[in-house]
Ligand binder design. Sequence first.
Ligand code: NAP
Length: 245
Amino acid sequence: MSRNVIAITGAGRGIGLATAKRFARQGALLALNYQDTKDALEEVATMARDNGGGAILCKADVSDHTQVEAFIDAAMSQYGRVDVLVNNAGILHSVPTAEESWERFERTMAVNLGGTFAGIRAVLPSMLARKSGRIINVASELGLIGFATYASYCASKGAVIALTKAVAKEVAPSNILVNCVAPGPIETHMLIHDTVEFNDETRAQIPLKRFGQPDEIAAAIEFLAGPGASFMVGQVISPNGGTAI
Ligand code: NAP
């Protein structure tokens, strides 16, 4: 059986970790990027190996394209190819737009948009040569609808959606499928610690009356990486409990 090679950025916690666990259970060959948080990744690596797969862990700051290239190079050296790249790493902060610093705006764009672009650019040459591959970008529903005091984040995620659509059209003729997941409010470190929205009032405004769980986004990513998504090109799937309909 041929095992899929899956590269995931920001795999150390939250949605990235839940995604890594899903693919580890499949016995995939994993390349797992982290910046600082990696405590859970040895367990994921063991899970992948126990299921016949494997894992390498790679430290990289995705805002630096040379580090992203090194991450993809490490996956290529280990496995000879990357079948699926999940551009998941991201940051968020809240501030009134008039008070936003240029440095934080640039950092948000460098991580969320630059990191995604760097991943796509690093992986495409080998995917184009093989005429095969999947790229899944993690955007946000806030990139679709906007949200007060999150302008830098919304702009970066809206750009990830536009990037997804443009690259999808460009590389679909080479059988490379590029799609996007745009989660609603998911119970991760980001929602709990980087926003003020993790409260009962926000919860009550969600039609489903609860926050999402990381694995509910991982499920959408797994779908986009799998055989059932063979006709999906440039699409935005938004598991959001009904917050953006
Ligand atoms: P999280 O728990 O805060 O995880 C963010 C991940 O991104 C961490 O693993 C973090 O690694 C990594 N990361 C941040 N900056 C990085 C950098 N410069 N280089 C490499 N990795 C970096 O939040 P999450 O909710 O799982 O977020 C995952 C993705 O989902 C993000 O793109 C986020 O924008 C998106 N999203 C989340 C929600 C939500 O409600 N939670 C909604 C919509 C979209 P370190 O800890 O090692 O820095």
